[in-house]
Design a protein around this ligand. Structure first.
Ligand code: AMP
Length: 192
């Protein structure tokens, strides 16, 4: 099962990815988490990207694609993964499409989670992560609309695209996504 969660920062992608990971035993790949771990470890990569994350800007497509290509080639990704926070630009989506093609024409199931903007701001301010100051949040939302929202039409053309209302409780959103995942994982030769 190859999944991607799409949506603005704060819609609950990370929370839902963790729950899907636990339930379906496939790894969550969060490029934001990978970058934060590098910053925490003060690695060369971490030092290189820290100011970009602090400003709420995007790390280069080339760097992100290298990180993801490396991560999805690992053994635990052999039967699927959940992408959370990647891709975030059209070039990243095109890069991912090439990677999936090379892995044997893997079909990606995209879930777009949407939440009204006032609610997003409230959630992100409550989260208190280092890159969750009001100024950074405003910039991240602007970057989302400019660079990432175009992915909605990029992926909507795909038949495996589902929109999820993320404004309900975590459990209700999880149940909604799970209903769709169950349909995806049904053996094709089973007649309901
Ligand atoms: P996230 O945890 O997904 O909100 O990501 C936190 C920050 O990491 C973002 O604001 C970006 O600076 C950087 N980042 C994460 N994923 C990507 C990506 N796919 N492309 C570019 N920058 C990213």
């Amino acid at each position: 099962m190859y999944l991607m969660l799409l949506g603005a920062p704060g819609v609950g992608k990370g929370t839902q990815a963790e729950r899907i990971m636990a339930r379906y035993d496939i790894p969550q790949i969060s490029t934001g988490e990978i970058l934060r771990a590098e910053i925490q470890a003060e690695s060369a990569l971490g030092l290189q990207v820290k100011s970009v994350l602090d400003a709420g800007e995007l790390v280069s497509d080339e760097l992100i694609l290298r990180i993801v290509a490396n991560r999805i080639s690992q053994a635990d990704c052999a039967h699927g993964f959940i992408l959370d926070g990647f891709p975030r630009t059209i070039p990243q989506a095109e890069g991912l499409r090439n990677l999936l093609r090379r892995m044997g024409n893997i079909e990606l199931n995209v879930f777009e989670i949407y939440v009204p903007e006032e609610e997003i701001m409230r959630r992100l301010l409550a989260r208190k992560r280092a890159d969750d100051t009001r100024e950074t949040i405003e910039n991240r939302l602007e970057v989302y609309h400019r660079s990432t929202a175009p992915l909605i039409s990029f992926y909507q053309k795909d038949s495996h695209y589902t929109r999820i209302d993320g404004s309900h409780s975590i459990e209700d959103v999880e149940a909604d996504i799970d209903g769709h995942l169950k349909a995806l994982t049904l053996p094709v030769n089973v007649v309901a």
